[in-house]
Design a protein around this ligand. Structure first.
Ligand code: 4AD
Ligand code: MG
Length: 477
């Protein structure tokens, strides 16, 4: 007999078929009703045991968390709450689970407690739902780009360059930390290291993506990126995944169109393909928010919020306009912002981004044309000589979800920028080559994948949308 998933059985109309399922016991009620889950869906299947004819020692082992194999007949459910159930003919315990020790009891656990048990939290409804949605979003990303003529390529993870120029990188080295070889001037002799030079984990695959776009036209890389920034917030991870499309012959307007269309597509995909999970997460959020003060609650239920994003245009606003709005805003005048906005040139903090999105425009916002000196070296300088063709997409509850730009394609301008920022030109020789040989207008962006998942699942902490979060002072599991 074929082994079925619970998802298949719950959608099956072949009543009376003999079936076998394997999964983990969620609850066992009245020595009779096993709620079984196998991860294929958020829904459990009810398995009804003929306890009078089943060995009592066997029934004792049907505890929360145990792995079981159940064979029986799929029948129309006698009780409420489900269409079908299994009338059990054979029950086999595959792996016992001591109920006194198993941390995931059938009751509500705090997210903090579950984070400490990240290896088992995936067995809860909440984390099962999050990770199924995340998997669907990952597929939708590949689907969107592939269907739109993009080639997927893998940017390297170990790199010798700092794409963002922010110096927040994790070193990759095999040198003995207790016996570091030094040059005569006292600096580290990296020529003796594995790669013969200083190397780090990448903060972004963009620079390599640019070289590929300048041959394949439209490319995207989707992989892990690493940042050693000491940001202990609900939006930052030291290891996260980034989706980075890069397109030749596309300017910033095209980049904004692409970003908006792409995000709407993947959210729509999740809405259509993860209905049960998102409905569950919506209910979870409603329950969760009951205990919060009204101003902290989201203005819309989850599904309405997601549809709002897919159905409405993102508002496009220049940095200069945004600064005017912020400068004259109530929280700024009443000194409610932690960082007040006094003049043009100020870097925007998450509180400002969220004010623009949540209070002022009340929709996703694309900010563009930022001051050159608060953005990375590779962004195209505007004619005004002080702003660059940058764009950030800002989302409610999240702040920045996408960062991107039209790239500086003029070799002389780029070289000057690199010099002004004291970046070693020699390290970027290969990058500069793209400006020497057939340079062209091109643009791209990076979407923080976990921030997207945070938005779509309605969760509040980025540590809960990645299996094993890496954050300052934390790399357990
Ligand atoms: O804005 P960022 O730093 O842009 C880049 O790295 C560009 N090179 C991307 C490109 O143009 N190809 O990062 C892009 C996005 C941010 O908007 C944010 O969503 C996410 O990556 N991000 C983080 N997500 C989680 N934890 C962190 N520490 C993050 N830092 C950035
Ligand atoms: Mg950014």
């Amino acid at each position: 007999m074929k082994n079925s998933t619970i998802s298949e059985l719950l959608h099956s109309d072949k009543i009376l078929q003999e079936v076998n399922v394997k999964g983990w016991v969620r609850t066992f009620r009245a020595n009779r009703f096993i709620a079984l889950n196998d991860g294929s869906t958020i829904n459990n299947i009810q398995c009804v045991v003929d306890f009078e004819n089943t060995d009592e020692s066997l029934l004792k082992k049907v505890t929360t968390g145990a792995a079981v194999s159940i064979t029986g007949t799929l029948i129309e459910s006698q009780g409420k709450g489900q269409k079908v159930e299994i009338s059990v003919t054979s029950l086999e315990i595959l792996g016992e689970s001591n109920p006194d020790e198993y941390p995931i009891q059938p009751k509500k656990h705090s997210l903090e407690f579950l984070r400490e048990n990240a290896h088992l939290r995936i067995r809860t409804n909440t984390f099962g739902a999050i990770m199924r949605v995340k998997s669907a979003l990952s597929f939708a990303i590949h689907k969107y780009f592939t269907e739109n003529g993009f080639y997927n390529f893998h940017a390297p993870i170990i790199t010798g360059s700092d794409a963002e120029g922010a110096g927040e990188m994790f070193r990759v080295s095999v040198l003995d930390p207790n016996n570091i070889p030094k040059n005569d001037d006292g600096s580290v002799d990296y020529s003796q290291d594995f790669f013969g030079k200083e190397t780090n984990l990448t903060v972004s695959g963009q620079l390599e993506a640019e070289t590929y776009a300048m041959a394949l036209g439209k490319v995207f890389t989707f992989g892990p990126t690493f940042r050693a920034e000491n940001s202990n917030t609900t939006r930052h991870l030291a290891e996260f995944w980034m989706v980075e499309p890069e397109v030749a012959f596309m300017n910033l307007d095209g980049n904004m169109d692409l970003g908006e269309d792409f995000i709407k597509y993947v959210i729509q995909y999740a809405l259509e393909n993860c209905k049960d999970d998102i409905e569950f997460l919506e209910q979870r959020l409603l329950q969760d928010e009951k205990s919060k003060p009204a101003i902290e609650r989201s203005p819309m239920p989850l599904i309405e919020k997601l549809k709002f994003v897919t159905e409405n245009n993102f508002k496009r606003v220049s940095y200069t306009e945004a600064i005017d709005i912020l400068r004259n805003s109530k929280p700024n005048k009443k000194k409610k912002f932690q960082f007040s906005i006094n003049e043009w040139g100020a870097d925007l903090q998450s509180e400002h981004e969220r004010f623009l999105v949540e209070k002022h425009f009340k929709c996703p916002v694309i900010l563009f044309d930022y001051p050159a000196n608060i953005k990375a070296f590779y962004m195209r300088l505007n004619e005004d000589g002080k702003t660059v063709r940058a764009m950030d997409i800002l989302f409610p509850g999240i702040g920045e979800i996408v960062g991107g730009a039209q790239r500086e394609e003029r070799l002389d301008v780029l070289k000057e920028k690199i010099k002004a920022l004291d970046i070693d030109e020699k390290e970027l020789w290969w990058y500069l080559d793209t400006r020497k040989f057939g340079t062209a207008v091109h643009s791209g962006f990076g979407l923080g994948f976990e921030r997207l998942v945070l938005f779509v699942t309605g969760m509040g902490n980025i540590r809960d949308v990645i299996p094993y979060p890496r954050t300052p002072q934390n790399a357990e599991f």
